[in-house]
Design a protein around this ligand. Sequence first.
Ligand SMILES: Cc1ncc(COP(=O)(O)O)c(C=O)c1O
Length: 398
Amino acid sequence: MSHWNFNTQAIHSEQYPDKKTGAISQPIIPAVAYSFEDADTAVAVVSGEKEGSYYGRYGNPTTRTLEKKVAALEGAEDALGVSSGMAAISIALMANLRAGDHVVVTKDVYGGTHKFLCNIASRYDMQYDFVDCTNLDSIENAIRQETRAIYIETPSNPSLTLIEIEAVAEITKRYNIVLIVDNTFMTPYLQKPLELGADIVVHSATKYLNGHGDVIAGIICGKKAVIDYMRKNIMGDLGQNLNAWESFLILRGIKTLGVRLDRHCSNAQQVAEFLDTHPLVDHVYYPGLKSHPQHHLAKQQMKRMGGIVSFEVKGGVQAGKDFIRALKIAMISFSLGDPETLVQHPASMTHSSIPENELDNFGIAKGLIRLSVGLEDVEDIISDLEQALKVISITVKN
Ligand SMILES: Cc1ncc(COP(=O)(O)O)c(C=O)c1O
């Protein structure tokens, strides 16, 4: 129910004890096929006139509960559970772009989205421009007659730059185009893009929504007609559906979403404050620090500041590599949003194909570290960072 607060909704919305057994936890229904009383009922379910499932590639009852739950949390008419964050992103783009159409995309976009546009969308003549979406004039200058959508992520990965969702939504409304927001880093607990004027929200549910590092999944939220179109004409036909077991795990994870994120956020704030005063750290990027250039905007559009902290260690690429290797609790990993603290060094990992002297052009400092602050006791996370900084103090002095 919409009058409930977030944690009550996360636990109770759209979930009811099983009528037959009284089971409170969500039943996992792995069925692919469903039987009908007669042909007319079958056709009514396929057309959407009657609620129900008809074939596993187009939806599943366990996944349907998840979809309704996330729609309630995001304040959306409906939602679609799909097989990965990349499935959610590609479906949202394909639903809005035909050959010859154009999308304005934030230049700090997630690498997989960048790759999808350059390698796949371009083969079908979907056009795109990567634009600095913190600058509203740059967005308007990039809009052309063929532009159908603006696609943003805020805060960005890994530099944690913010984009003002309400201001970008004002532009999309004026040009009668669609605003798509990747809300993976924030989740509906910390940021509600639809309330700020966005049309479609996409998630990698692999991250905080599931929150336990054991599921790959995605969710799209938006108007019912748009979600129906995506389900019937893209997800189902391309086979990007989410299975019942993984939907169950995400439903279970969502029950503690608010509790987990409160802890991620308070741990991240303390870690950022510690790093900010350390002599071997050049710069800390965290919207919760007063020194963050968009701290004021962060307080306006985000409930709290999230669990990701990025920072630059002194000493360049080698110091960055030595630092992550010296960590004992934080694990070197490409993912984020898990209970474990996870760390990555873009210059030697995600951006290692870029020559060292060109890293600056991509906004990646040589010693930049991205930390997904976990749920451990914060004193232990900070001691771990402290001892790893001590290890690199030798490299930095030499
Ligand atoms: C912001 C963001 N969006 C989307 C994705 C893609 O999600 P998935 O790995 O579930 O396909 C990621 C993955 O890291 C991400 O960080």
